[in-house]
Design a protein around this ligand. Structure first.
Ligand SMILES: [Fe+2]
Ligand SMILES: [Fe+2]
Length: 216
């Protein structure tokens, strides 16, 4: 338990070892950057993520920063995001896909450039919150899950994910990675290969099936 993290009204008081901003400043930045609707979503993701951090013994300060910053780039113009993907040497393959998958990696870069958010765990959590990644530590796992299950989400399957999250993070990620792929296929949408990589590591039933190309 990260007991040394000081809390106020169930929210961590930042040590400011991870970025230039205090929690109130980070909240204010998101409030002025995002639409009201998305700002409220971000606050709900933080609340959900902090509950998971409490239950699973994760660093609440890192979880809070990642949750508040995860959609920082979500409403940036496509042009600005496209330019950053190129100038920051991000995965150019992303450009073949919709801007929805850009905002995680772009947001992580913006937070690093503008507010010195360098911590790798927080960076990864912001980067991977939409499509996941074969390797996600506990902060990234929590943000990926909290974004999916925050209380305003109402799509089919969200309740199952909420129940799973009460007992086990890994099976929740497995569930979400399957749910995401199934939905994309149902909508006949193009699938960014990294979402398939996430599924192959987290979503398959067991290792043997993962290694055996003939089990379908
Ligand atoms: Fe997002
Ligand atoms: Fe989000």
């Amino acid at each position: 338990m990260k007991d040394y993290i000081r809390m106020k009204n169930n929210k961590p008081i930042y040590s400011q070892n991870y970025c230039d901003l205090s929690r109130p400043e980070l909240v204010e930045l998101m409030e002025k950057t995002l639409s009201k609707r998305r700002f409220k979503h971000v606050l709900r993701v933080e609340k959900t993520a902090l509950k998971l951090a409490e239950a699973y013994n994760a660093d609440k300060e890192k979880v809070s920063i990642a949750a508040l910053a995860h959609d920082y780039a979500k409403e940036k113009p496509d042009e600005e995001m496209r330019d950053l993907i190129i100038s920051e040497n991000l995965d150019l393959e992303m450009l073949q896909f919709g801007s929805n998958i850009w905002h995680g990696p772009v947001g992580a870069v913006l937070m690093k450039n503008e507010y010195h958010l360098d911590d790798e765990e927080i960076q990864d959590a912001i980067k991977y919150h939409t499509i996941g990644s074969p390797r996600m530590d506990i902060v990234a796992q929590i943000i990926y899950i909290a974004d999916f299950i925050e209380p305003n989400r109402s799509f089919n399957g969200v309740e199952d994910a909420r129940q799973l999250a009460k007992t086990d993070l890994e099976s929740t990620i497995a569930y979400i990675s399957r749910h995401t792929l199934k939905n994309l296929i149902k909508r006949k949408a193009k699938i960014y290969p990294k979402a398939i990589e996430t599924y192959n590591v987290w979503g398959v039933k067991n290792k043997e099936e993962q290694d055996d190309p003939f089990v379908y």
